[in-house]
Structure formats: structure tokens, C-alpha cells
Write a protein that binds this ligand. Structure first.
Ligand SMILES: *[C@@H]1O[C@H](CO)[C@@H](O)[C@H](O)[C@H]1NC(C)=O
Ligand SMILES: *[C@@H]1O[C@H](CO)[C@@H](O)[C@H](O)[C@H]1NC(C)=O
Length: 175
């Protein structure tokens, strides 16, 4: 039974790694990684390919997919923060967590705006929304450093920053 499950997992992994990465995803990732030192090509491919809709998407579609991924991340981070707030006894940490909580809930609204802006081809608006998204991850993380407490959100902020940087880089390609 265990061997069977192991085999099944192996086959599934094999199937995933063999599945074709869409040409548009590869092209887009190659373009943005070449011109932007903050974009990792493999992260770009892995992130976009995780959504099956990327297989049929053009650049505009990829920008929307990337932005929705930030939103999924931000929504999950909001939940993480509210759970941390219930447990935290340190005032400074609580203060920072509350600040981050409002920033991340504002971010969800900003990302909804970004998705509408990309959909309606208002790309400059989308660019500024996505720049604001990058700022949230940095400002939240910096808050802990300023109050000299350890950030319990380093991973969340890193993920959000990487995804926002990716979405912005794709949106900048749109004309
Ligand atoms: C958030 O983004 C990171 C980096 O792409 C990913 O590994 C993680 O699974 C995402 N989390 C959620 C809840 O979407
Ligand atoms: C922490 O917050 C509580 C309630 O707001 C306050 O009474 C207490 O003085 C604060 N402690 C520190 C060390 O700031």
C-alpha cells in the first residue's frame, strides 16, 4: 500500500514536471527576468504555471493571474495576522501586527482595483496599485525592525513582495 502510494506520488510529480510550460509564460518570464534583476526566472515560471489558466493566457491574462495570486496571499496573510494577534502578549509586536493587518486588508482592495485596471487596460493605474502592493510588504516588515521586535511575518512579506514585483513587471510590459 505504502509502495503504491509512493509510486503514485512519483508518477504525479513526474507528470507535473513533464507537463509543458506554456510558451507565453516562458516568453514573458524570459523577458522580465532579463530586464529586471529582482525577478527570478524559475520563480516566475513556477508561480505562473501553478495556475492552469496561464496555459491559455496572453500577457494581460498573466498580469491578472499574478495579481490574483498576490490577493490570495494577502487574504491568507490577513488570517495569519489575526491569529497571531490573538496570541501575542508583547505590545510592540501587537502594535506592528495591527498596522500590518490594516495594510494587508487595504491591499486586498488595492488589488481588486489593480485587477479592474488591467482588465480595462488602464495600465498606469495598475502599475501604481502594484507598486503600492510592493510598499505594503516592505512597510509591514520595516515596522517590526523599527520597534526592535522580531517579525513573525517575514515569510509572508517576502512572498507578497516577490509576487507583487512579478505582477508589476508583467504589467509594465502591457501597452
Ligand atoms: C503565497 O505565495 C508564495 C510564493 O509564491 C507561495 O509559495 C504560497 O503558497 C502562497 N500562499 C497562498 C496562501 O497563496
Ligand atoms: C502594553 O499595553 C497595555 C494596554 O494598552 C498598557 O497598559 C501597558 O502599559 C503596555 N506596556 C508597555 C510595556 O508598553
Amino acid at each position: 500500500m505504502t509502495a503504491f502510494v509512493a509510486l503514485l506520488c512519483f508518477l504525479l510529480t513526474l507528470n507535473q514536471s513533464l507537463s509543458l510550460v506554456n510558451a507565453s509564460v516562458m516568453e514573458t518570464c524570459k523577458t522580465i527576468a532579463a530586464s529586471n534583476p529582482n525577478i527570478n526566472y524559475n520563480f516566475c515560471i513556477a508561480t505562473l504555471s501553478a495556475d492552469p489558466r496561464s496555459a491559455l493566457a496572453d500577457t494581460q491574462g498573466l498580469a491578472i493571474i499574478a495579481t490574483k495570486l498576490i490577493k490570495a496571499n494577502a487574504t491568507s496573510t490577513e488570517l495569519t495576522i489575526s491569529n497571531l494577534l490573538k496570541k501575542t502578549t508583547d505590545n510592540a509586536t501587537s502594535q506592528c501586527l495591527s498596522d500590518c493587518s490594516s495594510m494587508y486588508s487595504g491591499l486586498v482592495d488595492t488589488l481588486n482595483d489593480a485587477i479592474s485596471a488591467i482588465t480595462s487596460k488602464h495600465y498606469l493605474d495598475a502599475n501604481s496599485d502594484l507598486s503600492a502592493a510592493i510598499d505594503v510588504s516592505i512597510t509591514c516588515e520595516t515596522g517590526f525592525a523599527e520597534l526592535k521586535v522580531k517579525s513573525p511575518l517575514t515569510k509572508e512579506n517576502d512572498d507578497s513582495r516577490k509576487l507583487s514585483t512579478l505582477a508589476l513587471a508583467i504589467t509594465v510590459l502591457l501597452k
